[in-house]
Design a protein around this ligand. Sequence first.
Ligand code: ADE
Length: 269
Amino acid sequence: APPPPPPPPSEQPATAAAGAAEAGLISKVLIVMAMEAEAMPLVHNFKLVEAPADESTFHKGAPWLRYHGNYKGLHIDLVRPGKDTVYGVDSVGTLPAALLTYSSVQTLKPDLIVNAGTAGGFNAKGAKVGDVYLASDVAFHDRRIPIPVFDMYGVGARKTFGTPNILKELNLKAGKLSTGNSLDMSPKDEEMIRSNDATIKDMEGAAVAYIADMFSTPMIFVKAVTDIVDGEKPTAEEFLMNLITVTATLELAVVKVIDFISGKCLSDL
Ligand code: ADE
């Protein structure tokens, strides 16, 4: 039999990403990253372009930045919170991450959120500098409310979107992620991190998860270890010393994850 005629132009998907969506495949991926040094290698790798500030993605006044483009049939939006308007450094931490994720989810309506960045790792849980983790669970370690049920709300433990095939195929490590607004670790934080059974510690993950969950958007967390929290070296020193090399490792891992996602459904991950 002759092949069926192509659909009329009006019914043809305008882009590869739109075509993917029609086929039930993942089409729009939102990558949320906190630091410029972590984000820019990926922006270049995926050949994303910066959205002009006057585009209506974000409200006027927000220092947030968006880079976008098509990559292997996916539409990728990579967002970062930009520099603090007063102090001029990357706006790390849960507050900017939550606001940025909220605004991005509202306007961009992603099929999947990828929060990628660096993290501290626990030697006692097998973490080494340069390891890349896919977090199975996320929770907070600096929201202590010792009142029944509020205690659990404070910890805010959430399961991430299950990705057994990514884990298997890409040889990433799996572990629980604990989030707080400090780079260092107070004894109280340590207690909570232990109770969260965390292998890695960051400053954004659980906040991104809170928003993703609110709007029922699947979320995954790719975290590369820059420093060993229960090691000998002072955290800030070790973090800064390893940031550039570990960022390159993170970049490779995120590219592999995105390559894996391309052409797949959520249930294939
Ligand atoms: N990001 C990188 N290292 C970290 C640490 N030790 N704690 C929190 N966030 C981090």
